[in-house]
Design a protein around this ligand. Structure first.
Ligand SMILES: Cc1cc2nc3c(=O)[nH]c(=O)nc-3n(C[C@H](O)[C@H](O)[C@H](O)COP(=O)(O)OP(=O)(O)OC[C@H]3O[C@@H](n4cnc5c(N)ncnc54)[C@H](O)[C@@H]3O)c2cc1C
Length: 483
């Protein structure tokens, strides 16, 4: 008797997971994530928007060039060309899903400017609430789609393996019940690792658990040392996950100042305050370290804060800071992981049955440093590509027979986790050098049996140690020149 084919399991309810699940239609999909309402995704926090060459004076080739320049040409050039050429179509697809992007008075899409872009090409929604608009629209579509069965209360902590092939997942629901689910294929769309750092713009769940899962099943990783630090989050003492202060504010004229009122980006880079993120983040990091503070003065930004920057305005006001009247205290934060599970253009990981998409994957499109507003784009386009591929693949009924499971294993105790976050922040942050990295690695090795986060951090540190020169977001103060 033929066994019924199990569904494709997609782990993650951010832009990458939602798009993959939608593109899989009519293949049955089980979408698993930790919160139904989109909270806990980096996608919903996105402020700036999504990059696409839409202006007549712009072109996909120019977008690609900016992407390669930001990525220090460490990118997979073919992926970059593809991503940038497909970007306008991605905007059209998102509009068809119900995303209402902001428009000018003449009815054309408003195109913002962000660091590293030589043209205005950032499409946004709800001012700086782009991520919420995207996630809401895609979530609504997914909820209306009969091929998607959604569980928003699941922490996936293991993968089922038959031989070397992934054939399902193990999860715990919010009531602590354990489930094993067979799958025709498993897609990891679990986001990044920012929450492994003491200061991050990411949500607390962006802890690399999907990356750790992939590693436990034998998936290869790539470029783990490349972590992007955003130059400007609201500097609130003692808070782990900090509100982002969008780069679009600098695009609209805000300037960075040091503690004594000096312009931080003067003479640092031809693009000044809109220099690539790694350059600006290091300058802000140095100012915070040497002088105790850095400030973003956005008082000159033209009015209509409620319409253009409602998220930033609300976050600042909640801390008693009115950005219309006073400078904003800022700090760099861990923001985006360029590295991840090594995946090809279609999301294949090399482990049969296991696919990766979005921030958890490393297809090489971002190189050594992501160009601003290219990651929602990656989530949409790579999610569509993977979903369409899986929908047309012959996903045969999983062979019967026993399976085993591999998992992340125990989490570090809270105090140890906080120590690990601080260690990564201080040694594998915007500036790195061998002694600090080696000491951090020793600590992680000592903690390796206590929790999976230490083993994951170990891999990031090893990658950072082995790249002895600076490249993109990986900046070694003790750099030796590449041979
Ligand atoms: C504050 C902020 C602003 C940003 N602004 C922009 C921007 O303007 N433009 C841009 O292009 N990019 C931006 N980015 C980056 C971009 O938002 C992310 O890279 C992108 O949204 C990642 O999408 P994703 O679907 O891969 O992951 P996420 O959106 O993070 O979703 C991950 C999903 O996986 C689930 N998950 C994780 N682990 C498990 C597990 N073990 N079990 C079950 N579920 C799990 C989570 O619950 C979540 O649903 C920003 C990021 C941040 C943090």
């Amino acid at each position: 008797m033929t066994r019924a084919r199990p569904p494709v399991v997609v782990v993650g309810g951010g832009v990458a997971g939602l798009t993959t699940a939608l593109a899989l239609a009519p293949t049955p999909v089980r979408l698993l994530c930790r919160a139904h309402d989109g909270s806990g995704t980096a996608s919903a926090l996105a402020q700036g928007g999504i990059a696409a060459a839409l202006d007549p004076s712009d072109s996909p080739a120019m977008h690609a060039l900016d992407t390669l320049t930001a990525g220090a040409h460490h990118n997979n050039a073919a992926m970059v060309q593809w991503l940038c050429s497909q970007a306008p179509a991605a905007i059209g697809w998102l509009q068809a899903q119900g995303v209402a992007f902001d428009r000018n008075a003449d009815g054309h899409l408003h195109l913002g400017r962000e660091g590293g872009h030589l043209a205005a090409r950032i499409v946004h929604a709800g001012g700086d609430a782009s991520g919420v608009a995207l996630v809401q629209a895609l979530r609504q579509r997914a909820q209306q789609s009969s091929h998607i069965q959604w569980r928003g209360d699941m922490d996936v902590d293991g993968l089922l393996l038959r031989g070397d092939a992934v054939c399902g997942v193990c999860t715990h629901d919010t009531r602590g019940h354990r489930h094993e689910m067979e799958a025709a294929a498993v897609v990891l769309a679990t986001g990044g690792i920012g929450a492994l750092y003491a200061r991050t713009s990411n949500p607390p769940g962006a802890d690399g658990s999907g990356l750790a899962l992939g590693m436990s099943a034998g998936a290869r990783t790539r470029d783990l040392e490349f972590v992007q630090f955003h130059p400007t989050a609201l500097n609130v003492a003692g808070v782990h996950c900090l509100p982002l202060i969008t780069e679009a504010l600098r695009g609209a004229g805000a300037r960075l100042y040091g503690a004594t009122g000096q312009l931080l980006m003067a003479d640092q880079h031809p693009l000044g305050d809109l220099a690539p993120r790694d350059v600006v983040a290091r300058r802000v990091w140095q100012a915070c370290r040497d002088d105790g503070s850095a400030w973003l003065d956005a008082r000159e930004v033209d009015g209509e804060w409620e319409r253009r920057f409602p998220t930033v305005l609300a976050a600042c006001l909640a801390e008693g800071i009115d950005p219309r009247l006073q400078p904003i205290p800022v700090t760099p934060v861990a923001h985006f992981h360029m590295g991840g599970i090594a995946a090809d253009a279609d999301g294949r990981t090399g482990v049969p049955g296991l696919y990766a998409v979005g921030e958890v994957a490393c297809s090489g499109v971002h190189g050594a440093n992501r160009l601003a507003s290219n990651s929602l784009l990656e989530g949409v386009l790579c999610g569509q590509r993977l979903g369409l591929m899986l929908a047309t693949m012959d996903l045969r009924a999983a062979s019967s027979g026993p399976y085993r499971w591999v998992g992340r294993a125990a989490s570090l105790p809270q105090s140890r986790l906080e120590a690990l976050r601080m260690l990564l922040w201080q040694t594998a942050g915007p500036e790195r050098e061998a002694t600090g990295l080696q000491n951090a690695l020793k600590a992680c090795l000592a903690w390796a049996d206590e929790g999976w986060q230490a083993r994951l951090a170990q891999r990031v540190l090893e990658a950072a140690l082995s790249r002895t020169h600076s490249l993109g977001a990986h900046y070694r103060t003790d750099a030796v020149m590449p041979a």
